[in-house]
Design a protein around this ligand. Sequence first.
Ligand code: PRP
Ligand code: MG
Length: 178
Amino acid sequence: SDDHLARIAASFTIHPDFPIKGVNFRNILPVMRDPQLFGWLIDECVARIKDKFSQPIDLVIGLEARGFLFGPAIALRLNCGFAPIRKPGKLPGKLATVSFKKEYGEDVFEIEEDAIMPGQRIVIVDDVLATGGTLRAATQLMEQRKALPVGTFVIVELLGLGGRNRVPSCEALFSFSG
Ligand code: PRP
Ligand code: MG
């Protein structure tokens, strides 16, 4: 509900000039300190996903590291599986990989090849949409595996950083100016 959303947003803290001067860092972690607030947050996420993607979801994908905080809880409530996309060198066995541009240099994402089956309907979950590079790379990794990334979901969208252009269909619970 709107009241729940307002109380969740009130738990977020703002940190001027973090991690660098000129950036207003929004910390959403305090919401997890209170089980009632965290429960409401997960309820809201699940309601939005069910609303937007009317057909059943087969798998939720969470992005290392902060996507791991929310993805598994959402997957449980959706009664579907969860699989992590990780940074290089952490996962065993046969992997699918994608490299992508970050603010400074390149980064790589990996997923276990057998975590995703062709044709599966997938929702990718992360904490924040900023420039969109991270979510776009994750979407490309799903397409590489012939899965159907039906959409992406974040807790917070930071406006004005181009994320909306790179990941147009992203659903966000909250939007703040970046
Ligand atoms: C942060 C955040 C998102 C990403 C968003 O992750 O958790 O995953 O940046 O940025 P983008 O839209 O510009 O790609 P970060 O790489 O800092 O690492 P972490 O999740 O491991 O803390
Ligand atoms: Mg991240």
